[in-house]
Design a protein around this ligand. Structure first.
Ligand SMILES: *Cc1c(COP(=O)(O)O)cnc(C)c1O
Length: 238
């Protein structure tokens, strides 16, 4: 039973989400858990489906291609949560049910073009950079209003909310500040006529703080699937 840990992990995460909701005075039904299956194979995703899960987050389009091919016709919804190169837009338009990492104009234009060709429309979340680290992607908060306005030119992209990754920090105030900023940006956008009900924020290590700040969706990898294998080491430098 190589996947027997999944059911227990899933139940544990669900329980901790419920606790965080109660602590924050929120209804647990308001918070969706997006299982993040990146680096885990199709067989593992199949085992997770046996728990009733059918929507999975992935950060690499190539992995979605491979898993979708291995699981043809399973009715899975693939959610893109990782940084997207524009040249991957065609595959995304074919395979993804949703993109949470929309962070720039040329990507929006490319996705729209391929979605039109496919005759599809998808939900998108705009990824905003709230973290201090340079390594994190996302639109600068100051650019959000104009970017949201520009999405009106792309009817195949349905903006539903915002997404962020918090600063990696041991200080809960720093982490929580990132989540609070995303919620405030959402509220400011609402005042300008953009209805963005969804806030995708919080991962295995910080989701209770995100729930306290209003997350409607948390993206959980490690706490469900276990630790990810380290990438294979490259050749050792001489
Ligand atoms: C990997 C990843 C997650 C999940 O991270 P865990 O810490 O394993 O829960 C969430 N969001 C994004 C964008 C990711 O790339």
């Amino acid at each position: 039973m190589p996947h027997s840990h999944l059911a227990a992990n899933w139940a544990d995460v669900r329980h901790r989400v419920d606790e965080a909701c109660h602590a924050a005075g929120r209804d647990p039904a308001e918070v969706t858990i997006l299982p993040v299956s990146k680096t885990f194979d199709a067989e593992t995703v199949r085992a997770a489906m046996a728990l009733g899960l059918h929507r999975f987050g992935e950060n690499k389009v190539q992995e979605i291609r491979d898993k979708a091919a291995a699981m043809d016709g399973c009715g899975i919804e693939w959610v893109v949560i990782g940084h997207l190169q524009t040249n991957k837009a065609h595959d995304v338009a074919r395979l993804a049910s949703e993109v949470q990492s929309l962070d720039r104009a040329d990507l929006a234009a490319a996705l729209h073009r391929w979605l039109q060709a496919e005759g599809r429309a998808i939900d998108v979340l705009v990824q905003v950079k709230t973290a201090a680290e340079d390594s994190k992607y996302g639109l600068a908060p100051a650019q959000l209003p104009a970017f949201l306005d520009s999405l009106r030119d792309y009817p195949t992209l349905r903006p539903r909310g915002l997404m962020t990754l918090a600063t990696h920090s041991d200080d809960p105030h720093v982490v929580r500040g990132c989540f609070r900023q995303l919620r405030e940006l959402r509220d400011q956008a609402a005042a300008r006529g953009h209805d963005l009900p969804r806030l995708s924020m919080g991962m295995s290590g910080d989701f209770p703080l995100a729930i306290a700040e209003g997350a409607t969706e948390i993206r959980i990898g490690t706490a469900i699937f276990g630790p990810r294998a380290m990438p294979a080491a490259g050749p050792v430098a001489p």
